[in-house]
Structures are given as structure tokens and as C-alpha cells.
Design a protein around this ligand. Structure first.
Ligand SMILES: Cc1ncc(COP(=O)(O)O)c(C=O)c1O
Length: 366
């Protein structure tokens, strides 16, 4: 048996350790996971009811076209219903875009380091990935623009960027789009957009009106707190969305995911609460990092990347033994950094206490 040549070098995705496994292996009673940028406040309380109402229909396929949800989100965003496509998480929308648009030999441009699924899916399709280094942890849009050739099919921009949390402003993004040829698709992955309070964030729906080659990616996994249900979506020009829909599996989002997303988007009070709590958590982390003499990238999502000035693996392991799971930068291209999700204030305080102890235990010799 011979798998596709384009996949033989790909690693199998290694998920972070689940809380239960860490508890068992390390004999810990309490474990805090600040590793996957999940919402520490759960999801809207209305979601539970919506899921319960669907239980009697488990044996029936979901609405493949997510018609009701499409209508509600279209109204929420002020776009037409034929501008939306839903996926099992925005992960699946990334997969479908790569499947619909990339053929072997096409070029596709992305930052390094950024969310790995762009490269992963592009490589499966046999595309050539052109990686452009971040500048101060931020997408270097002029450098990315300079890499566009007549073979370029897709440019991926992660805003805020995972793992650094930085953003590109409206003006930077608008200037970039003005220079990109109309036949090159530009994906603006906005998985964390709802958290930004800087006033600098791109008005991406306006950019989409001006540029037919833009697709926005949004998700219900982050501020909406529905990560386990797997639902996200793309917003784009009807022709682009049609192409993505042509490769979509018939029933790719579940009945539960659709029902939950429908009520979650309408409970903006919960979203406001999460946004504010996240902002004060970020502020707390910033102050604590300053107190500990640590630098971090300007954070615009629900996570922050901090330079612990030691091998990240060491600090990651020591925190794990104290019952705190974070992401070690050694796995993300930042060997002395940790990426930490903003938790509840109690979780944030426990993380800082543990970090301070670990840093003292692993003091860097001058
Ligand atoms: C930047 C970015 N895009 C997309 C995703 C995928 O999210 P989901 O598939 O849960 O919608 C993530 C998840 O961490 C992410 O960080």
C-alpha cells in the first residue's frame, strides 16, 4: 500500500495531554489547562437547553446546508446567505479551501510561525509553501506581498496570530490587499477577533466588500466556548463560497453544533462578559510579567506568549508537575517562550504563583 507522496513526511497531530491523563500520571488532584485557548467560562447557558431540545432527533441527519444558522449569521454580520460556508470547526474550512483551490505545484504564502493547519493542508494538496518570517512576532505583510508570483494561489493571514497573539491593523491589511492581484485568494483567519479591544483591528467585512478575493474565517470554538461541538465558518464572495461548498461533505456539521451556534451567536451578553474578563486577565498577566522581568508579545486574543528566558521545555515540564498545562514554545518555534491561555482570575493567579516558583527553581546563572 502506498499513501500519497505528499503526506509521507507529515506528522500525526499530537494533541496536548488531557487533564485526566495528567492527573493520573502525576498523582495530582487539581489540574488547570491553559494550553488550547479554550474559554474558561464555558459557553452561553442557553446552549444546554438548545442541545437538550435536539436529543430526540439524534437518529436524523442534520440540515446539511445549515439553513437556519446561515440566516441568523448572515443577519448578524450583514452579509448575504450565499456568502457563508460552515465547517466542523474552522479547521475544516481551511481543509476545504486547500482542497478546492490548490493543485500540485501551486504556491501558497504563509507566515512562519503561525497556525500550522495552513501549511499542513497545503502540503497534502502538493502545493509549495512559501514561508515568510514574522517581524517582531507579527505578520510582515510587505514581505509577504513581495513573495506573490503568478503561481501564487492563496495567502494565509492569521489575525490575531497564533501563537504570538499579535495583530495587523486595518490600514496594514488594507494596504496589503490593495497590492494583491485579484486572482489570489487571501484568507483572513479571525478565530480570536472578538477579543480585540485595541480599536486597530481590521474592519474585515468592509475589506471583503471591496475585495472579492478575501475569505474570513471565524469560529465558535473560542469566545463562544463550543470547541467540542466543532463548528466554524467562512465568509466570502458567493463564487468563492460556492467552490468551497462543492468540496464540503454533505453533513459536515452536527445537529448539536448548529443548534448550539444558533443560540450562542444571539447571546452577546455572554460574549461581552467573556471579552471583558479576558481583557482584565490579560492586563493582570502583563503586570505580573513586568514584575517578574519577563517580556511578552502584545496580546490581542485570549492567550499570551511570554519569554521565560530559559529553555521552554524545562519550564513547561516543571509547570506540568505543579498541575498547570501550557503550550511550550519549543513545539511552536519559540524555544524560550510559553503560550498561555488567559483563564479565570483564579486560574491566572495560580499560574503566576506556579511560574514564579518554577523560575526561582530554574534560575538562569548570570
Ligand atoms: C488561528 C486559528 N485558526 C483556526 C483554529 C481552529 O479552530 P476550530 O477548528 O476549533 O474552529 C484555531 C484553533 O486553535 C486557531 O488558533
Amino acid at each position: 500500500m502506498q499513501p500519497k507522496q505528499t503526506i509521507v513526511h507529515l506528522p500525526v497531530y499530537q494533541p496536548g495531554k488531557p487533564i485526566e491523563a495528567v492527573k493520573r500520571e502525576l498523582g495530582l488532584k487539581e489540574v488547570i489547562k491553559l494550553a488550547s485557548n479554550e474559554n474558561p467560562f464555558g459557553c452561553s447557558p442557553k446552549v444546554k437547553e438548545a442541545i437538550e431540545a435536539e436529543l430526540s432527533s439524534i437518529s436524523l441527519y442534520p440540515d446539511g446546508g445549515s439553513v437556519e444558522l446561515t440566516g441568523v449569521i448572515a443577519e448578524h454580520l450583514g452579509v448575504e446567505t450565499n456568502q457563508l460556508v460552515f465547517g466542523a470547526g474552522s479547521d475544516e474550512v481551511i481543509l476545504m479551501i486547500a482542497r478546492a483551490f490548490l493543485v500540485p505545484g501551486d504556491e501558497t504564502i504563509m507566515a512562519t510561525h503561525t497556525f500550522p493547519q495552513y501549511k499542513h493542508n497545503a502540503e497534502i494538496e502538493g502545493a509549495v509553501c512559501i514561508e515568510v518570517p514574522l517581524k517582531d512576532g507579527t505578520h510582515d505583510l510587505p514581505a509577504m506581498l513581495s513573495k506573490v508570483t503568478e503561481r501564487t494561489k492563496i495567502v494565509w493571514i492569521c489575525n490575531p496570530n497564533n501563537p504570538t497573539g499579535t495583530i495587523n491593523s486595518h490600514q496594514e491589511t488594507a494596504d496589503f490587499l490593495a497590492g494583491v492581484p485579484a486572482n489570489v485568494l487571501v484568507i483572513l483567519d479571525e478565530a480570536y477577533c472578538e477579543y480585540d479591544l485595541s480599536g486597530q483591528y481590521p474592519k474585515s467585512l468592509e475589506l471583503l466588500e471591496k475585495h472579492k478575493n478575501v475569505v474570513l474565517l471565524r469560529t465558535f470554538s473560542k469566545i463562544y466556548g463550543l470547541a467540542s461541538l466543532r463548528i466554524g465558518y467562512g465568509v466570502g464572495h458567493p463564487e468563492v463560497i460556492r467552490s468551497i461548498n462543492q468540496v464540503r461533505e454533505p453533513f459536515n456539521t452536527s445537529r448539536f453544533a448548529q443548534a448550539a451556534a444558533l443560540v450562542a451567536i444571539q447571546d452577546q451578553e455572554f460574549i461581552d462578559f467573556c471579552r471583558k474578563a479576558n481583557a482584565s486577565g490579560l492586563q493582570y498577566m502583563k503586570e505580573q510579567f513586568a514584575r517578574l522581568g519577563l517580556q511578552s508579545f502584545p496580546a490581542h486574543g485570549n492567550f499570551v506568549m511570554v519569554d521565560v528566558q530559559r529553555p521552554a521545555e524545562l519550564v513547561f515540564d516543571a509547570l506540568l508537575r505543579k498541575g498547570i498545562i501550557v503550550r511550550g514554545g519549543h513545539q511552536l518555534g519559540f524555544p524560550t517562550y510559553l503560550r498561555v491561555t488567559i483563564g479565570s482570575s483564579e486560574q491566572n493567579e495560580k499560574f503566576i504563583t506556579a511560574l514564579e516558583q518554577v523560575l526561582a527553581d530554574t534560575a538562569v546563572q548570570a
